[in-house]
Design a binder for this molecule. Sequence first.
Ligand code: 6GU
Length: 225
Amino acid sequence: MHIDIISTVPELLDSPLSHSIMQRARDKNLLSIAVHDLRPFGLGRHNSVDDYQFGGGAGMVMRCEPLAALIDELREQRDYDEIIYLTPDGERYTQRRANRLSLLGNLLLICGHYKGIDERIREEYVTLEISIGDYVLSGGELAAAVVVDSIGRILPGVIGDETSALTDTFQDDLLAPPVYTRPAEWRGREVPDVLRSGNTGAIEEWREEQALQRTQERRPDLLGE
Ligand code: 6GU
């Protein structure tokens, strides 16, 4: 998979996408990521990428021309399966959407700042609008990092058995069961006997029970309740 990301603050994306599982995916050539700085496409002597909004009101809006110039240039090099705008008024992001996006070949992510991007860019280019939750971030970059990480880690071959993505919280609409490692007793707290029993059937049953119980207690909405 290839992901291009348009940003006015590309530095914000460097670290989260260059460590741990994301770096492994990139090293294995299962994922390539290119972050593109919008600033050189800005207008005038100051490479302006934003302006006051028509109608008045606080906050700047990202202008059409710089975004269009960069998007057009990128589109000459690749056909995108989705052009995604990260925005708090987008569709709420879920594991289901991550799974679907992970099956695609080329994605373009657009990070907005200030009050967002001119509506006409959304109409002209954007095919999917994503929000990562009901709160406001100062820009789309952290949201883009979340989306790329969630996709990158489930690409086939990126993570092995030891961290299987199939047993993740949310992968089957259930929260994950509790996990333990050594020592078997710590500060008087013991690891549940069943996990040390070697009885794989009983262990599987216990984990399913715990997952269901946890989900009922903490996220009944996931069970449709
Ligand atoms: Cl995608 N962008 C911004 N700026 N804020 C957000 C968001 C995105 N998702 C939740 N809050």
